[in-house]
Structure formats: C-alpha cells, structure tokens
Write a protein that binds this ligand. Structure first.
Ligand code: AMP
Length: 178
C-alpha cells in the first residue's frame, strides 16, 4: 500500500536558502517513491514548495486547511484531495489520521505545535508512527538540545528521545522511512 507522509513545515521560507531546497527535495523524493504527501494545503512558504514539487513530479497530494486560513495561507485547491475543516484541531486530526509517518521541516510556532502534539501522543502510546526531524542547516539543533534538557531534568523518560529521528537532508529522512 502507498505510504502517506505528513509534512509539517513553515508557512514562510525562512532566511536560509537550504530550507527551500530541502522542501523541494523532500517533495520530489516523496513522489519518486510513489508515496502520498499529506500537509496543511497552503500555497505559501515551505508548505507550497513541498506540494508543488510533489505535483511537478506527478505525485499524489492530500491537503487539509481550516476555512479561516483559506486566504491567509492561499488554500491550494488543485491537490489530489483537498479537505476544508472548521478548526485547527480538526485539521491536525485529519492530517495525522491519514498519515503513516511524520517529517518535520524547518518552521515556526505552528510547526512546533504540530511536532509536539505528535510527540506527546507517541509518548502516551497513542500511536507508533515514525517522527523525523529534517535538520536542515542544523535548524533543529536547539530543539534537540531542549528535548535532552527536559530528559536530563527529569521531566520525561529517556525513551522520548528515541521517538524522534533526525536526518540532515531530505534523502536521509526518506531513507529512514523506506
Ligand atoms: P508555522 O510553522 O508557524 O509557519 O505554521 C505552519 C503551519 O502550521 C501553518 O499552516 C499554520 O496554520 C499551522 N498551524 C499553526 N498552529 C496550528 C494549530 N494549533 N493547529 C493546526 N495547525 C496549526
């Protein structure tokens, strides 16, 4: 069966050109494997780049966006499947239930929110889907350090670290999911 990869990432491009390049490489790699992209259905920032690169390579896209973000995030209606939800919570739920694995590209507070939600669900044993941080240009190093700090100070089991895999580039991230 086709694997569905949920990609969380910024609604902006960020300041480092390597972020955009990684988003495009990830999209191309997902399509090359005949996997399906699941994402937030926006046509802005890294979100738009991942989706467009999957489309250009002939791959399948599944997008989920809440009504109130349709204009702000330029809802991308030409996806293979385009789902509009009423709330952010519904968006995250529909994205996650339709995915087999999660890849996290650089992003802001929204991306962190999505990452921590799937990490906490994994910590609680609610799923065992792989979670991969795509650590482009060391972007997620401070997050990795924060998670280690949380474990060091006794607020999480060391096992929480094993739930998150880190990859330096798109190919390495996809290889972890192969
Ligand atoms: P950002 O990383 O801040 O650029 O946000 C990335 C994506 O996450 C955007 O599509 C945001 O709309 C989305 N997002 C932000 N907060 C939430 C939330 N609480 N639930 C669902 N999606 C969110």
């Amino acid at each position: 069966m086709t694997k569905s990869i949920c990609v969380y990432c910024g609604a902006r491009d960020g300041t480092v050109p390597a972020f955009a390049a990684a988003a495009e490489a990830l999209g191309a790699g997902i399509a090359a494997r005949d996997w399906r992209l699941v994402y937030g259905a926006g046509d802005v920032g890294l979100m738009g780049r991942v989706a467009r690169s999957v489309q250009v390579a002939g791959g399948e896209t599944f997008g989920v966006i809440p009504t109130h973000l349709m204009s702000l995030e330029a809802g991308k209606r030409d996806l293979t499947a385009f789902v509009v939800t009423e709330t952010m919570h519904e968006r995250k739920k529909v994205m996650f239930m339709n995915a087999d694995a999660v890849v996290v590209l650089p992003g802001g507070a929204g991306t962190l929110d999505e990452f921590f939600e799937v990490l906490t669900w994994r910590q609680l044993g609610l799923h065992d889907k792989p979670i991969v941080l795509l650590n482009v240009d060391g972007y997620w190093d401070p997050l990795d350090a924060l998670l280690r700090h949380v474990v060091d100070r006794g607020f999480a089991e060391a096992s929480v670290l094993s739930f998150v895999k880190t990859a330096p580039d798109a190919e390495a991230a996809l290889a972890l999911l192969d």
